[in-house]
Design a protein around this ligand. Structure first.
Ligand SMILES: [Zn+2]
Length: 108
């Protein structure tokens, strides 16, 4: 299987890198090859070839093997993490807004 680095700033950019045994993972309905560039550390993108999927070395990822309740917990956790992020951004925005209002008030 061949992969390439898609980081334009990387020396390996666009170069074909061959891997013999790749352990694919099945995460969130997508096949994911956990292979990263040796130089820049970015995720390598697979160059499609004729290798039949049955010959690919696929290992099922953690998420797919979970029971539904566990999955729900993971999803809930993700949603919560997202919510906190949004809250933080709101807080920053609010702070900036108050600051701007205060500055405006000081203008004679
Ligand atoms: Zn790279």
């Amino acid at each position: 299987m061949k992969f390439k680095c898609v980081n334009e700033k990387c020396e390996y950019f666009g170069e074909e890198l061959s891997f013999h045994s790749v352990k694919f993972q099945y995460i969130d309905g997508k096949l994911f090859a956990p292979i990263f560039c040796n130089l820049c550390g970015k995720h390598l993108v697979e160059i499609p070839d004729d290798t039949p999927i049955s010959e690919k070395n696929i290992s099922i990822g953690k998420f797919a093997g979970m029971i539904p309740q566990q999955r729900q917990q993971v999803l809930k956790k993700r949603a919560k993490e997202h919510a906190t992020k949004v809250e933080k951004i709101d807080e920053i925005k609010r702070h900036k807004w108050t600051e701007a209002v205060e500055k405006f008030k000081k203008v004679p």
